[in-house]
Design a protein around this ligand. Structure first.
Ligand code: FA5
Length: 341
């Protein structure tokens, strides 16, 4: 009798697992567990079981009924789920999460596009660089005190006899002489956008940041061309009503050198909390020093040029009006910050 229970149970299990419709499961339930079902009616045959085996018979029969019942119910659930997953067209789709380009990348694209319109070629020069291109060719010989401003990371490898030590480039000005050597015969119109590194970390400085460097070399290039280019950039990038001004400054690689200011977009140059008397500082610029032209193999008697180099993070914050208390937050992988843009 025990064997008979087990064989009926196995027969039911085989049918349940093969069922592909919910209605089929209901028929199986009736066939085995219904009033006249195969397992239900077995109880009537208890009389045929010897007295001392009746407890065991009852328990095996109960187990078989429970197993069949729970298998029917779990098979029903999985059939229902698969029906929902594949066939219910009324359930709304799962919306994919859409990312976006990082703020810095979007700003770099915009800068390239603005300068591209006036014929500047986008270049990218090494971030791991020889001292020669980062300093020496820029009129800053070894041990010149002006180098201190660039708070440089040096790479611990043997020096090259001609090019000196290896540094993480502290500015995109390393691309100036490289571009002159590449083009050989001016005109040159380049915008070099790259990562730069300095041993600086505070709320307005980060050890890794981005600069964009403009360089123009041709015959008869003067400060007027520099000013016109700066005004074009300021108006294309920040807005039509913006103006620039030049303040005298000093860089070893430009003569004369300037700090460039842009009129404040908040007070329109009248003076407010955001700016210094109507002006915001943009970055450095100047006319390329004759020694730099010479290092790039260009005759300073025939050609002249201008250059400028500004922080991408800085122009991004000035353009967007993004008031972050710490510039380093721009590199945070925190989605609560990034998804705001
Ligand atoms: C320079 O690096 C010059 N090479 C710029 C230049 C190029 C002058 C061509 C003349 C001709 P400066 O050290 O001021 O200059 O840096 C330029 C800009 O880079 C700064 O105004 C600032 O916006 C950005 N910058 C510099 N250091 C950091 C830093 N640690 N973190 C974030 N931005 C920085």
């Amino acid at each position: 009798m025990q064997e008979e229970i087990i064989s009926i149970k196995n027969e039911a299990i085989a049918q349940i697992t093969a069922a592909s419709e919910i209605s089929e499961l209901e028929n199986i339930r009736i066939a085995y567990l219904g009033r006249n079902g195969k397992l239900t009616t077995l109880i009537k045959r208890i009389k045929e079981v010897p007295q001392n085996q009746r407890v065991q018979f009852g328990s095996t029969l109960n187990d078989a009924k429970k197993t069949v019942e729970s298998l029917i119910s779990s098979q029903k659930n999985s059939l229902q789920n698969s029906v929902r997953e594949w066939f219910d067209p009324t359930i709304p789709g799962i919306k994919p999460k859409i990312g976006h380009i990082h703020l810095i990348t979007a700003t770099i694209d915009k800068i390239s596009e603005v300068f591209g319109r006036i014929g500047f070629e986008r270049m990218r020069y090494p971030e791991v660089e020889w001292d020669f291109f980062a300093f020496e060719a820029l009129n800053m010989p070894v041990a010149h005190p002006a180098r201190d401003e660039w708070e440089t990371f040096f790479v611990d490898v043997p020096e090259n006899a001609k090019y000196g030590k290896i540094v993480l480039t502290p500015h995109t000005s390393n691309g100036q002489v490289r571009e002159m050597l590449r083009v050989k015969d001016p005109p040159i119109r380049m915008v070099n956008i790259a990562k730069c590194y300095r041993r600086q970390s505070d709320i307005s400085h980060s050890q890794m940041f981005h600069q964009f460097e403009g360089l123009v070399v041709d015959k008869n290039i003067s400060v007027v061309n520099l000013k016109g280019t700066l005004d074009y950039f300021a108006q294309s990038f920040f807005g039509k009503d913006r103006k620039t001004r030049l303040r005298p400054y000093h860089f070893q690689f430009t003569e004369p050198s300037f700090e460039i200011d842009i009129s404040c977009g908040v007070c329109k140059g009248k003076g407010c909390k955001v700016c210094k008397a109507g002006w915001l500082e943009l970055g450095g610029a100047g006319m390329v020093h004759p020694n730099v032209l010479k290092a790039g193999g260009i005759d300073p008697k025939k050609y002249s040029g201008f250059a400028f180099g500004w922080g991408v993070e800085r122009v991004l914050m000035m353009r967007s009006g993004l008031n972050v208390p710490d510039l380093r937050v721009l590199y945070s992988p925190d989605l609560r910050f990034l998804t705001q843009f």
